[in-house]
Write a protein that binds this ligand. Structure first.
Ligand code: 5AD
Ligand code: FES
Length: 354
């Protein structure tokens, strides 16, 4: 027991552990209570009880890629494809604004239909109509000039999970046409341009090992992203990975706590995937170090079509229902939703945890 306690103390003091220590901490449930308490203390010392909300607008389920784990991969011919128009996206934002959202996340598959001119027009119209709101993009890998144009059009943040930092593992999850080097380069470009950047990975994806997870953590330490998205891998029956099991709730929660201890200032979502693998999963995520939730603002008619993984929650609810449901859930977990943009706090602004 003391060994685990000593590792957690070391994490608190140095925000780092050796590879063997990290692996040991991730492989046992013996210290989960202590980890959870420490993660929550650190989270509260920086963000208090605040939970930041982001309205997620899934605007296209067309994708030119074929990631083996993903339900909307190009090769899945069973998916009914849809695209939202600029007007439809703006109307989602309007509804979200009324519900207290001050960040809109535009997420889609890698869909060339939304070229730079179109995406920039969407971003600048949102920024013009909702000037006190942040716009986050989650539209995959693009050339640096494209990221620059979107930033110049007003985009504030960008989410691009690295998915796995291990080259061999990356190969097993993606087709030949994709590369880890390109993914990483995109993340560095986004950061250099000035976006608040989010990276992250799935827990329990096929072939993932504990040492892969340590590599993911090392990559995050090098990149120092503002946002870190970590959720369980969930099987989708229409992908080549249909026979692989979903990731574990416990391991995901343990990783969330470790990540919070290493990155006290990061914005860490309690993901929809976490709420999908276990009832109350998002509440557990909040208690273990997460401080963001990203409910769905997409029109109800398309929600079931944006199925990255099966049995996704919140696909039948109207935006308002989801918002109030979430309010209850966040309150029941002992936290409170904050109505503002919810930008990342930087080191110098925050109180240093004990
Ligand atoms: N299970 C869980 N998460 C998934 N994602 C894609 N497919 C799945 C799946 N089957 C995640 C990826 C991607 C994010 C938008 O959704 O990490 O970056
Ligand atoms: Fe969407 Fe509960 S958060 S229905």
């Amino acid at each position: 027991m003391t060994e685990g306690k000593a590792m957690i103390d070391k994490l608190l003091q140095t925000r780092d552990l050796r590879d063997e220590e990290l692996e040991a901490l991730l492989l046992t449930d013996a210290y989960d209570g202590e980890l959870a308490r420490s993660a929550d203390t650190v989270r509260q010392s920086v963000y208090g009880k605040d939970v930041y909300i982001r309205g997620l607008i899934e605007f296209s389920n067309y994708c030119k890629n074929d990631c083996l784990y993903c339900g909307i991969r190009q090769g899945n011919s069973a998916v009914k494809r849809y695209r939202l128009s600029c007007e439809q996206i703006l109307s989602c934002c309007g509804e979200g604004y009324g519900l207290g959202f001050r960040t809109f996340v535009l997420q889609g598959g890698e869909d060339p239909y939304y070229d730079d001119a179109m995406m920039c027009a969407i971003v600048s119209r949102i920024k013009a109509e909702f000037s006190d709101c942040a716009v986050t993009l989650s539209i995959g890998e693009r050339p640096r000039e494209s990221y620059q144009a979107l930033f110049d059009a007003g985009a504030d943040r960008y989410l691009l999970r690295h998915e796995t930092a291990d080259r061999e593992h990356y190969r097993r999850l993606h087709p030949e046409s994709m590369s880890l080097d390109n993914r990483k380069e995109c993340l560095w470009n986004l950061k250099e341009i000035g976006y608040q950047v989010g990276a992250g990975f799935m827990v329990g994806s096929p072939y993932q090992t504990i040492s892969n997870i340590v590599s993911d953590i090392r990559f995050l330490q090098a990149l120092r992203p503002d946002m870190i998205g970590i959720g369980p891998y969930i099987t989708h029956r229409q992908t080549p990975f249909r026979d692989f099991p979903s990731g574990s709730l416990e391991l995901t929660l343990r990783i969330l706590s470790v990540i919070r201890l290493m990155f006290p200032y990061a914005l860490i979502p309690a993901t929809t995937a976490l709420g999908t693998i276990a009832p109350g999963g998002r509440e557990l995520g909040l208690a273990r170090g997460a401080n963001v939730v990203m409910p769905n603002l997409s029109p109800v008619g398309v929600r079931k079509l944006y199925e990255l993984y099966q049995d996704k929650i919140c696909t039948g609810e109207e935006a308002a229902e989801c918002r109030y449901c979430l309010d209850r859930r966040v309150t029941s977990a002992g936290y409170a939703i904050a109505v503002h943009r919810g930008d990342v706090k930087r080191e110098r602004e925050a109180v240093v945890p004990v």
